[in-house]
Design a protein around this ligand. Structure first.
Ligand code: KIV
Ligand code: ZN
Length: 524
């Protein structure tokens, strides 16, 4: 059996999904869960893109010990230096540097010749190698690169010291057989290729990212770059969970194994979906709610007689629990603390006590507190407890079918301690709430998107609201959880404003040599 390494890029390429911006607490929670899932490498971010990214990559590298932590860098010295500062305390520091290699990128984006790109790539690999024990090099847009040129530059960067060669299908263009052929060609034509790890990185523009990744494995790739739930730039990246389960279930065909703990997949998927606000489609392979649901009579009949008639793997394989331990009002601190740990949270005793008190308050209102509820409570608290802007101290809404909806709200400015009361009307309750909050804040907050979903099942389920706003010229997303939909809506709105204030406050945008940080967020 061959061993396939999983390089997870949920926190870098995945986080480049439009509308997603995770804060450092959230990224750390995901990183801990990825470690538990057993990924071999996690790409924690792009350190030179912003101060916030730098800090969160550094925090993750300092804490995670069970796998290698990497960060993305352009092929410029300043990016490599910044990445080193962020990653040097990691268990097994590695850098991921990239440069575009296709003629279309050379002509329009880099405005460089092929020879100039080889020179820059070689120089930067050597420079990176003088700092990092492991250097991964990526040929951005490899799939639209002239194959002879690709083989040439790959050979040169191997000579310069690269340990991992990644050939991304940056724009999700190729069919599986074509992508596989690139790996075959590079394997057969590049001297020294057998001494490095060959890696695949696929985007899903034509819905072929998973198939392409598997084709790369068939043709010599030993490392797969993928993300949880297939999130990412445009149509997203290849789904880690789909590739992992395909390799496991079709071991007979792929003759490959991984070190992933497949029964951590569902928990990881739920956490990422919760924190990013990117809901998993019900029919999504492996992690969708319907992935194990049998609807038609004929299917149900067959399934009841023998599960394998219609189910090629059991929900338990990927950690879908049918008998999850649900906490309630009789659950003690010990069980609660255990649950926090299981869910990937690590807190000091004092914080555990704090969350336990909140948990107890909730049990007075809600009979069963599910894993989803606990995740929601913890994340909500961690986010809203940050000194970042406004705190919702009170909200009241009047609604009647023949009345004009009216809201009053009290906000506290966390910096000045000023308490602000306002009231406003709207054509609906949520508009009334948002008009009121906007008055409290005293500046225009444009609502770009609003989504609401129930956190779990039942009438007493928590409401989870995601919003996207434009405030002070910046777009930001926010998330709010509460038992009441209006309170959840208000919290999401304030959370979005606070996140924008936090980014502004941490002076997040580094000035970089080539492009602004906002532009660098759009690679890959
Ligand atoms: O898709 C891509 O080309 C990337 C690179 C930066 C590796 O994400
Ligand atoms: Zn990418």
């Amino acid at each position: 059996m061959r061993k396939i390494n999983f390089f997870d890029t949920t926190l870098r390429d995945g986080e480049q999904s439009p509308g997603v911006n995770l804060n450092s607490e959230e990224k750390l929670a995901i990183a801990r869960q990825l470690e538990r899932l057993g990924v071999d490498v996690m790409e924690a971010g792009f350190p030179a893109s912003s101060q916030a990214d730098f800090q969160s990559v550094q925090e993750i590298a300092r804490e995670i010990r069970g796998c290698s932590v990497t960060g993305l860098a352009r092929s410029v010295k300043s990016d490599i230096d910044t990445a080193w500062e962020a990653l040097k305390d990691g268990a097994s520091p590695r850098i991921h540097i990239f440069i575009a290699t296709s003629d279309i990128h050379l002509k329009y984006k880099l405005k460089k010749t092929r020879e100039q790109v080889i020179e820059q790539a070689v120089e930067m690999v050597k420079y990176a190698k003088s700092k990092f024990p492991i250097v991964q090099w990526s040929a951005e847009d490899a799939c639209r690169t002239d194959l002879g040129y690709l083989a040439k530059i790959v050979g040169k960067v191997i000579e310069a010291g690269a340990d991992v060669i990644n050939l991304p299908d940056t724009v999700g263009y190729l069919a599986p057989a074509e992508y596989g052929n690139i790996f075959k060609y590079i394997k057969e034509n590049v001297p020294g290729i057998d001494n490095v790890t060959l890696s695949a990185h696929c985007h899903d523009d034509l819905g072929m990212a998973v198939a392409n990744s598997l084709a790369a494995i068939e043709n010599g790739a030993d490392q797969i770059e993928s993300v949880i739930n297939g999130i990412g730039e445009r149509a997203g990246n290849a789904s880690l969970e789909e590739i992992a389960v395909a390799l496991y279930i079709r071991k007979d065909f792929y003759q490959a194994e991984t070190r992933l703990k497949l029964d951590e997949i569902k928990r990881t998927s739920d956490l990422v979906s919760n924190l990013t606000g990117m809901a998993v489609p019900r029919n999504k392979a492996v992690v969708g709610d319907n992935a194990f649901a049998h609807e038609s009579g004929i299917h149900q009949d067959g399934y009841l007689k023998e599960k394998t008639t219609y189910e090629i793997f059991s929900p338990e394989l990927v950690g879908v629990k049918t008998d999850a331990l649900v906490l309630g009002k009789h659950s003690g601190r010990h069980a609660f603390k255990d649950k926090l740990k299981q869910l990937g949270f690590q807190f000091e005793e004092e914080e555990v006590n704090h969350f336990f008190r909140i948990f107890k308050e909730f049990t007075a209102k809600k009979k069963e507190i599910t894993d989803e509820d606990i995740i929601a409570i913890v994340l909500e608290e961690k986010v809203s407890s940050r000194k970042a802007g406004y705190d919702l101290e009170g909200l009241q809404v009047n609604y009647g079918t023949s009345q004009v909806p009216t809201a009053t709200a009290t906000l506290r400015n966390q910096f000045t301690d000023e308490v602000i009361h306002e009231a406003a009307t709207g054509t609906g309750s949520i508009e009334a709430v948002y008009n009121t909050l906007e008055r409290c804040i005293g500046e225009e907050v444009q609502l770009l998107d609003y989504r609401i979903q129930s956190n779990g099942k039942g009438r007493d389920a928590f409401a989870q609201v995601y919003v996207q706003v434009l405030f002070e010229g910046k777009e930001g997303s926010g998330r709010g959880v509460a038992q009441d939909v209006l309170e959840a809506s208000a919290k999401a709105y304030i959370n979005a404003v606070n996140r924008i204030l936090l980014l502004k406050d941490s002076n997040q945008y580094f000035s970089t040599t080539e492009t602004s940080a906002v532009e660098t967020k759009t690679v890959g």
